[in-house]
Ligand binder design. Sequence first.
Ligand SMILES: [Zn+2]
Length: 77
Amino acid sequence: MKALLPALFLAIVSVTAVFAKGGPAINEKCPVDGKTVRIIYRVFTDNGTVAFCCVECMESYKKNPTRYPVTSKEPGK
Ligand SMILES: [Zn+2]
């Protein structure tokens, strides 16, 4: 049983690393249709993490990022 613990610990560390990558989303409105974003739908860009309201919007953005300008949320808000 003791051999399971290191494996479990490593799994937890890996999950934490995935969530830490990219940081919080820079936008709070979907750049494709303007709806409120859900952080589970996101793309990592040079400007930071861009979030979307749904997977369809995320795919649209990935196909043509320049078509959908991202509005960053105001700093300090
Ligand atoms: Zn959307």
